[in-house]
Design a protein around this ligand. Structure first.
Ligand SMILES: [Zn+2]
Ligand SMILES: [Zn+2]
Length: 214
């Protein structure tokens, strides 16, 4: 049927796969709906990705040598990504914006947000999941929605599980040497002077100048 010149078999807006017979009339295929539902589900709850971000926001939490972070150098900007995801304007706000859009399309009154950010996250995820069947069937922008949910989930996961390689930064040893480290490094040895740094110590080293970065 696809080779009929004047007729194109309908495809899923999200993955471009041809819709199955029992999916005809829908905006997106059921696979894309399920994938999006799984992503939403992964974000919510006490052990969800969003809650786990809070842990990622606390530097040195994994260090157990009892050292308190000093203030002799400016804090490393390691935490910006988890922060921008978990703060207002991050995951919660993006999802709330979509829910408000759905309410508008459905002719419902604007949704209300209650409680702290985690509570709001759980609420908005629940509401989106309840209405996901409608959205995947009828919402013209479902492709954008599912892509955005996927990228939020991916970003949170990258921050919380190290599923993707962690961002590396370059810090400077007093000897002038530089060390490439990640936030979860257990420690590192300076290739310049051979000094061995524990986790807490290496995270206190100042960021190297950009020109020194590898
Ligand atoms: Zn699809
Ligand atoms: Zn050194």
């Amino acid at each position: 049927m696809t080779d009929t010149a004047d007729y194109e078999w309908p495809t899923c807006v999200a993955c471009s796969r041809e819709l199955r017979h029992d999916e005809l009339g829908r905006i997106a295929c059921r696979l894309c709906q399920r994938r999006t539902d799984e992503n939403l589900q992964a974000l919510a709850g006490d052990t969800g990705l969003y809650a786990t971000l809070q842990d990622a926001l606390q530097p040195g939490r994994a260090g157990d040598d009892g050292r308190v972070s000093g203030s002799r150098t400016a804090p490393l900007p390691l935490r910006l990504e988890p922060l921008s995801l978990s703060a207002r304007g991050g995951v919660v706000t993006v999802l709330q914006t979509w829910l408000a859009d759905w309410h508008e399309l459905l002719g419902w009154r604007h949704p209300r947000w209650e409680g702290g950010l985690q509570q709001q996250l759980d609420q908005v995820v629940k509401a989106l999941r309840v209405n996901l069947e409608w959205a995947a069937s009828s919402h013209p922008a479902f492709a954008e929605f599912s892509a955005e949910v996927a990228s939020l989930t991916r970003a949170c996961r990258a921050q919380t599980t190290g599923e993707r390689p962690e961002r590396r930064i370059t810090v400077a040893c007093p000897c002038g040497g530089t060390l490439r480290i990640t936030i979860s490094t257990p420690g590192a040895r300076c290739p310049g002077c051979g000094a061995q740094y524990g986790r807490a110590d290496v995270l206190e080293l100042p960021l190297a100048e950009r020109r020194m970065a590898a």
